[in-house]
Design a protein around this ligand. Structure first.
Ligand code: RTP
Length: 155
């Protein structure tokens, strides 16, 4: 069972300061929970600007990089790790397109956000980023190992 948990796919999901301030935590968590994914780590943090720059290092050449890092460090962020088969790709699907004007209704951004600079949530875009982001935001001991049920229909 431990070996199984160690191999299970994980992704980093963060509710950005706009999502926290708008009171959307329960709504967003509930979408991941109801899908059947398993929460293995969660904490509320105000990242420093330096930390935000580390998180978004891939985007440092983009014109919006500075504003984006200011925004991410402007208030509490709910950092989470979710686990389950296909959770990286399907997590992105639940989240919807980066620009909420293009996200489909039914997705988190499609239903709950309007502009790209305030799109309420972040999700890792692939296995490598997921690994990097989980280790940037969490210490190994903050990832909780537990079995959510004894059946196989929930991860
Ligand atoms: P995320 O990493 O937050 O899940 O978003 P993403 O992969 O869908 O989009 P990415 O291109 O990695 O951009 C990261 C975040 O930067 C902000 N952004 N602002 N034109 C703009 O002002 C602009 N473009 C992107 C968004 O908050 C986006 O989520």
């Amino acid at each position: 069972q431990e070996a199984h948990a160690a191999e299970m796919e994980r992704t980093f999901i963060a509710i950005k300061p706009d999502g926290v301030q708008r009171g959307l935590l329960a709504e967003i968590i509930s979408r991941f929970e109801r899908k059947g994914f398993k929460l293995v780590a969660i904490k509320l943090v105000v990242p420093s600007k330096d930390f935000a720059q580390k998180h978004y290092h891939d985007l440092k050449e983009r014109p919006f990089f500075n504003g984006l890092c200011d925004f991410l460090s402007s208030g509490p962020v709910l950092a989470m790790v979710w686990e389950g088969e296909g959770v990286i790709k399907y997590g992105r699907k639940l989240i919807g397109a980066t620009d909420p004007q293009k996200s489909e209704p039914g997705t988190i951004r499609g239903d709950l956000a309007v502009v790209v600079g305030r799109n309420i949530i972040h999700g890792s875009d692939g296995p490598e980023t997921a690994k990097d982001e989980i280790s940037l935001w969490f210490k190994p001991e903050e990832l909780v190992n537990y079995s959510s049920n004894s059946e196989k229909w929930v991860y």
